[in-house]
Design a protein around this ligand. Structure first.
Ligand SMILES: *Cc1c(COP(=O)(O)O)cnc(C)c1O
Length: 233
């Protein structure tokens, strides 16, 4: 099988396993040619975690029917560049109130139609992970309310994002428990405040099936599609 066929086969397989959950194909470790193969197989949504790589790929593919998702850590000095990227529609990695405030300060640089924000939550409480602390509900609630109450903005609250536990003896069990926490915090926010429907972005190559079972609206899968020689399952 050549590379184009291989990518198509892997995409079809992942999509079949997902049902109605949407796939963000994480292209951070692959090249533009492979993204074009995926586009030709009908995949429209792609994710990148580095501004420079995203910029290069998005500018090259700017006239294609493509939706970009930024999934990486957002440094405040790179926000201007990020907001100018063509076809950027979602940021999955809003990790603090400070980041959020910086985004609104720079909103004039955004020239797309709308940009959906996912608040990243550190459900596994691992120190090296970014995100709102699962134990600081007030800060998270303040962020969700800030986005949804902002007037005259093209930014909107798209939902919540998390990652399964990294250091674990039993990743399936721990991933499931992280995903269940995200569902729970979403339901609590909905109960406590008048907020728009919030989607859930959770699950990567090794745990996307578990995430889909737990109610993910988006999974972010890279390795299993673009490095099929080393699939996680
Ligand atoms: C790299 C990355 C993914 C995809 O990981 P794979 O294991 O390659 O599927 C998903 N989400 C985030 C935030 C990432 O950085």
């Amino acid at each position: 099988m050549d590379r184009a066929e291989l990518i198509k086969v892997r995409l079809d397989l992942v999509k079949r396993e997902l049902g109605t959950t949407e796939l963000v194909a994480v292209s951070k470790s692959t090249d533009i040619e492979s993204i074009e193969y995926a586009l030709e197989s009908g995949q429209s949504d792609f994710g990148e975690n580095r501004i420079g790589d995203l910029e290069e790929k998005a500018i090259f593919l700017k006239d294609r029917d493509i939706t970009w998702h930024f999934i990486g850590h957002l440094q405040s000095n790179k926000i201007n560049r990020l907001l100018k990227i063509p076809n950027l529609r979602f940021i999955h990695s809003i990790d603090s109130l400070k980041t959020l405030e910086n985004l609104y300060k720079k909103e004039e640089h955004f020239n797309g139609d709308s940009l959906g924000f996912f608040l990243q939550i550190n459900t596994s409480q691992e120190e090296e992970k970014q995100g709102f602390s699962i134990s600081n509900y007030d800060e998270l609630a303040a962020a969700a309310n800030m986005i949804s109450r902002m007037e005259n903005s093209n930014f909107y609250l798209a939902g919540l994002m998390t990652m399964g536990k990294i250091r674990t003896e039993d990743f399936e069990k721990d991933a499931r428990s992280c995903f269940k926490s995200l569902v729970k915090v979403r339901n609590t926010l909905k109960r406590d405040f008048e907020l728009p429907p919030m989607k859930l972005s959770m699950g990567m190559s090794r745990d996307y099936i578990i995430a889909a079972e737990e109610g993910a609206d988006y999974v972010r899968v890279g390795t299993n599609i673009f490095k099929p020689e080393e699939p996680h399952h």
